[in-house]
Design a protein around this ligand. Structure first.
Ligand SMILES: Cc1cc2nc3c(=O)[nH]c(=O)nc-3n(C[C@H](O)[C@H](O)[C@H](O)COP(=O)(O)OP(=O)(O)OC[C@H]3O[C@@H](n4cnc5c(N)ncnc54)[C@H](O)[C@@H]3O)c2cc1C
Length: 455
């Protein structure tokens, strides 16, 4: 099959999901038009459509790999603007998962520490250079055109430019995010309602910045502290390109977060992570900025239920509890999947893409939903009976990872969406997690069967 080529592809939303979709589509269309509600700045700054950008944003290893595959050199561009990208992801920061710090390890991948603003700006500037891509800002998509069986374009209202007009497109990619009007647009075409999977986690975020010092944390550049059922709150501190640390505290069940110094000290005492204690003990550069994320929400898209010519990406498919830092990476991996479907000239683009996208989302969602449902107080909190064994096992893996670099490495590759969760069932990991000894055949016994790794 030869690759696809379309006259026009329209993308709704110019945040990371939309921009990365544009990079994937650019070689396969005469024109890719990205329609974004906000005024898109030419420098890294805040905008209304992405309020989350004020909070710590970590890019997982899988996300950085996908980003570099789509737009090679992005990490170097960010480093040129002051981002930090030095050393192995298993050593350049601290990962506190399951109530302890993972053993430092080599994962063989680098990371990049940058603000969400710089990340989006870097990607946006690279997209502006693509000759087939047109970034149409200050323009709001008000609906889809076509029918329940075929989407033919989008209806667009441009700010201060009269009534909405239609843009015809052979493919419409919905990157309108968590708050996009996807359900309404599809319902208006007569499509069947979309099912959802929801975990009502009631996440609160409170973020501040402090000045960084070169001596901080012996040169480590991030600290990630995941919540546990025993301590349903966490934190992330990430060194930024402007010489500050972004520090975000997070809680479940709408538990209020501290807003003053005394409250912060009480929070860090409960958290029990010296690095966060040290950083938050410093003068805050601004009062805390708050964010509420009521629920993780996954739209269950299936090819046959969707009109031809319509594809969702990024948070429009699944908006994950941000404490797991998966959203940007999932969007980047989906964009790579989109590119591969277009490149392969797949006969059924929608079905092929959604099959791949659902694998990516399943991998991320299964980690988040299981961990969230184990937190007491989360609505519907209960690890389903069918999942209890898996959950109990994952807690054992986490505990062993606090002291074993091999288990720590494997766990990091899984939580970073590089490897599927099944790699945690490799015999050597199972043995370590369950405390079983491996028996080696005596070297001297001729013809002995090698038993290393046997249960
Ligand atoms: C508090 C918080 C912290 C997070 N932390 C992390 C993290 O550490 N790591 C990570 O990987 N991810 C994180 N995420 C998720 C991450 O921000 C998203 O996954 C990422 O932005 C990709 O989203 P998106 O482009 O699909 O949607 P969004 O970022 O929500 O963007 C949607 C875009 O569409 C535009 N739009 C919407 N409707 C219309 C319309 N009708 N017409 C035109 N334009 C429209 C909006 O203006 C916006 O620009 C976090 C999210 C939150 C809420």
């Amino acid at each position: 099959m030869s690759e696809h080529h379309f006259p026009v592809i329209a993308i709704i939303g110019g945040s990371l999901g939309g921009l990365l979709a544009a990079s994937a589509c650019a070689p396969y269309a005469d024109r890719v038009v990205v329609i974004e509600h906000d005024d898109l700045p030419d420098h890294p700054t805040h905008r209304r459509g992405t309020p989350q950008a004020r909070h710590a944003h970590g890019l997982l290893m899988s996300g950085l790999g996908a980003l570099e595959s789509l737009l090679p050199g992005c990490a170097a561009d960010m480093v040129a603007h002051g981002a930090l990208c030095d050393g192995d992801m298993g050593r350049t920061g601290q990962w506190w998962i399951g109530g302890g710090m993972l053993a430092p390890t080599d994962v063989g991948e680098r990371g990049v520490c940058a603000s969400r603003l710089l990340l989006e700006h870097t990607v946006r500037e690279r997209i502006r250079e693509l000759p087939t891509v047109d970034l149409m800002d200050c323009a709001e998509v008000t609906g889809l055109t076509g029918s329940a069986s075929r989407v033919t374009g989008v209806r667009v209202a441009r700010r201060g430019d009269g009534p909405p007009t239609d843009i015809s497109a052979d493919l419409v990619i919905d990157a309108s995010g968590r708050l996009g009007r996807t359900e309404r647009w599809l319902a208006d075409l007569g499509c069947a309602p979309i099912d959802h999977d929801i975990v009502s986690c009631g996440i609160r975020y409170a973020t501040t910045h402090i000045q960084a010092r070169t001596s901080d944390l012996d040169g480590q550049v991030y600290v990630v502290v995941a919540a546990t059922p025993e301590k349903p709150f966490g934190a992330a501190a990430i060194r930024q390109e402007d010489g500050t640390w972004t520090i975000t505290m997070g809680s479940y069940n709408d538990d209020p977060l501290p807003q003053d110094i005394a409250g912060i000290h009480a929070f860090t005492a409960r958290l029990g992570v010296p690095a966060i204690d040290e950083l938050l003990g410093r003068e805050l550069l601004h009062p805390l900025t708050n964010f509420r994320f009521p629920e993780s929400r996954r739209r269950m898209f299936h090819g046959p239920d969707l009109p031809t010519g319509y594809l969702p990406i990024g948070d429009a498919i699944s908006s994950f509890n941000p404490m797991f830092g998966q959203g940007m990476s999932a969007a980047a991996l989906e964009a790579v999947a989109l590119r591969s479907v277009l490149q392969a000239g797949a006969a059924d683009i929608e079905a092929d893409y959604l099959t791949q996208a659902n694998v990516i989302v399943d991998r991320a969602w299964s980690l988040v939903a299981l961990a969230d449902r184990a937190i007491p107080g989360v609505a519907d909190a209960r690890v389903p009976r069918s999942e209890q064994l898996r959950y109990g096992y994952s807690r054992r893996v986490q505990r062993v990872a606090h002291s074993d670099p091999d288990v720590s490495r494997t766990l990091l590759l899984v939580t970073s969406l590089v490897e599927p969760v099944d790699v945690l069932l490799a015999p050597r990991i199972v043995c370590k997690a369950l405390g079983w000894r491996t028996h080696r055949a005596p070297r001297s016994s001729a013809g002995a069967v090698a038993t290393a790794g046997r249960l």
